[in-house]
Structures are given as C-alpha cells and as structure tokens.
Design a protein around this ligand. Sequence first.
Ligand code: GLU
Length: 398
Amino acid sequence: MKALSQRTLNIAASLTVAIDSLAKQMIAEGKDVVSLGAGEPDFPTPSAVCEAACDAIHNGKTRYTAPVGIMDVRKAVCEKLKNDNGLNFTPEQIVMTSGAKHAVFNALAALINPGDEVIIPAPYWVTYPELVKWLGGVPVFVHAGAETNFKITAKQLASACTEKTKVVLINNPCNPTGAVYSKAELEALAKVIVEKDIYCISDEVYEYFVYEAEFVSMAIFKGMEERTIVVNGFSKSHCMTGWRIGYDAAPLPIAKIIGKVQSQATHHPSNIAQYAALGALKMGKQEIQKMKDEFLKRRNFMVENISVILGEKVSAPEGAFYLFAPVSKYFGMKTAAGEVIANSIDFCQYLLETQMLAIVPGAAFGNDGFVRFSYAASDDALAKACERFKKGIDSLKA
Ligand code: GLU
C-alpha cells in the first residue's frame, strides 16, 4: 500500500477533544467521571435558538445555502459586529462556518503558503499549531508566561517577526489561560502588525466572558481593518457546541477566497444551524449575562479552592471559563502504584484513572507545567472536582 498523507500524519489529534470524548464514553459506561475537560457550557441551548431552528425545519429551510451562508444571517452578524464591537463589515465580508474552529481553519487556508511563519502566543489553544502545520505553515511560538499574565508584548511580537512571517494568531480572551488584553496592549500589538505588514487572525469566541476587564476587538485599530480576520462562533456564548456554527469576518478579497474554499470543502454549514444562529443574534443578551454571572462565581470558587489545594495563589483569569493552574511541583513524585509523574500528561492521566477527574494537561497548550480546568460546569461538578484533585495530590509521594 502506498503511504498516507505525510502532511496529515504529521499533525496531532486534538487532546481537548480526545479527553472530552473519553470522559463522555466513560460516563456512558456508567463511570462516575467528573469532566472539566472540554470547554462546553453546561447550560441548555436557549429556547429562542431551538425555536428558530425548529421553525427553519418546519418551513422547509432544509436545502443548500450559498457557500458563504444565508444573507439574512450574514446581515445579522454585521449588525452584531457594529453594535457590540464598533466594526464596519458588509455581508459580503462574512462567511458562515461550521463552528469557530472551522473559521480558524478557513482563515489560515486563505493566508498560508508553504513555509510561511505564523506567530502564536504560547500557551495557545491546542488546535492552532496543528492547523498551521497541516497547511504547510510553520508555527512560531512567542512565550506568554504567568509573569506577564499570559500575554505577549508588542516588543516580543516585533522581535518574532521575520521575512517569512505572514500572520499572528491572537486569541482574546485566551483559551487556556483566560488572559484578556487591554485596549492599550492590543493597540501596541496592532501597531507592530501594521508596521510589519502582516495579517492577524483574531479569535474572539470568548468575547462575552470577560469579568473585570473590557473586551476590545483587534480589528478596531487603525490599519487593522484590511488585515484582520475576526473569528467568532455561537458554541460558547449560546451553548451551541454541538450545532457547529460560527463565522469569519474578513477583508473582502480574503472573504472571497474563504467562500471558494468552503464551496469545495463543505459547501456551507448546516442551513438549520444558520437559522439557529440568527435566532441567537436576535434574542438579546440577558441569557449570556446570566451565564457570565454564574461563570464569575464559579471562577472565584475554583481560584479560591485550587489555590488552597496547591498551597499557592493562582491568579484569577479575567476572561473565558478556564483556570490554568501550575502543577510542575508534583513532577517527579510517585503514585500509590509506584509510577512516577513525569509531566502534565502523566498527571492528568493519573487523576482520570485514580480519581475519575478529567482535566487537560498543559502540554496540549504548549506549557507542560500547568493543567487546565474548565469551570463551565455545574457547582456540584466543580466541588467534586476540587475534592478529587486534592485527594489525587495528597496521595502522591515524594
Ligand atoms: N474549544 C473547547 C476547548 O478548548 C472545545 C474543544 C476543542 O475544540 O478544543 O476545550
């Protein structure tokens, strides 16, 4: 048999998805797993969204749509971008996608030539480097450590740029750290991006979950409109993870290329999910606000409890719904079975096997010294998770 695609063999499967699938399978098998693995809000999809989808089905909106999506939906996305973010996009610049992940893929596909460098602040969402590699690009990581609140500076960005740099991928608020860039920090990054004449993919899927800070879109700054692709979706804001619906908002020539890719690859995201997204855009923000209030309480609970368990203060993430906690001090310790915990993967595997607690190793996000908890889970699940985390740690021996 001839060899399979080397390019595809070279990329790793998503660890967040793998952990989520494993935890769900274990739960289906009757195991008492507490899963803080995937970032998946535990609230139901709002009824207004479900009704919009049901109406679409009953009204025969079950045929193909244009590759870029339904005009009314794209118009509603433009209104959202105008009202919430102060951005001026036309419907021709919007491409509806099968979730924000797909929107990131589309954006990279439109920009990358083999050998192009893509700057990715690390820690990063697990998917970014793999998609870059898959498309023949080269991920270039810029360290954003706890000492800088997990954010990169304009100076770091400038020094990471080379002749080959094509794009920087900014995730604000950030998964897995919850870091939120201030307006001044973004403006400084934008200046470098314009000066170096590179593109920016701005993944803003957690925009509504910002607690003490203010969310500002990267596309707002001078010179950024023509070089920024805004990525967003409904999975997190409207508890629509399984609906797979998001979008790219891009400069017109880029939106056109994305539409072309989509016409060949997927044709378009589900017609029904697009109408559901329209329902989401029309329903107002009360439910998002309620969720955000809940997430804030849960964040505080997790920060407080995990800090006590670790015996060190874990700083409160300003956005998203993840807590990125340092665990490297447990590396080198032994489990009751005599196995050595060498890294964050061993650590998480140990917690899953012995405590039935699913969390994600920092290695997935480019920082092995940490683990990620998703606190988009019920109070009960979070309390149990803390108990199990403590029990797991207390059972390790030096
Ligand atoms: N984005 C979520 C996470 O990071 C869902 C899983 C995924 O697509 O990575 O957990």
